[in-house]
Design a protein around this ligand. Structure first.
Ligand SMILES: [Zn+2]
Length: 153
């Protein structure tokens, strides 16, 4: 009888001690908290991004909210760089550096309606109707209007 009892006690200890259980519970809660915090901030971030482009739907997008490398409207403070009197906007030093040296022809875009090659610094910028987080560069408002007619037909 005595042997049996000690055997049970030993088994219990091997499974989870009270301390271990508490530790497990705390780390479980912590994990859950971190996951939900990450999830929450990613939702918040995507809402922020969504609102960023929504503000400019249908109107000309100011250069200063566009990262001309990713062609995204970003809800963060952008920086500009002046290259031979042309002002380009980017979200970080890396982007500005690429714009400064025109690495990969990033200073230029093609008007999706006229097919004309443009300097992004001189273009009329509008939200891309088929990918609203990104922008398109047009040579004129007229070209943008024609583009809208073209894609809606
Ligand atoms: Zn950027």
């Amino acid at each position: 009888m005595r042997r049996n009892k000690s055997h049970i006690k030993k088994q219990r200890h091997v499974l989870w001690s009270k301390k271990e259980k508490r530790l497990l519970f705390i780390s479980g809660i912590t994990c859950l908290l971190i996951i939900s915090l990450g999830y929450y901030s990613s939702i918040k971030r995507s809402i922020k991004y969504e609102n960023a482009y929504k503000a400019y739907e249908g109107m000309e997008v100011p250069d200063s909210v566009v990262c001309m490398i990713s062609n995204l409207v970003k809800p963060i403070a952008m920086s500009s760089i002046t290259v031979q009197n042309d002002v380009y906007w980017g979200c970080c030093d890396k982007c500005l550096n690429r714009l400064n040296y025109n690495i990969g022809n990033v200073q230029f875009a093609t008007d999706p309606y006229s097919g004309k090659r443009l300097k992004k610094s001189e273009a009329i910028i509008h939200i891309n109707p088929s990918d609203k987080r990104t922008v398109l560069y047009f040579e004129s408002e007229e070209s943008y209007d024609n583009f809208l007619v073209h894609i809606n037909n």
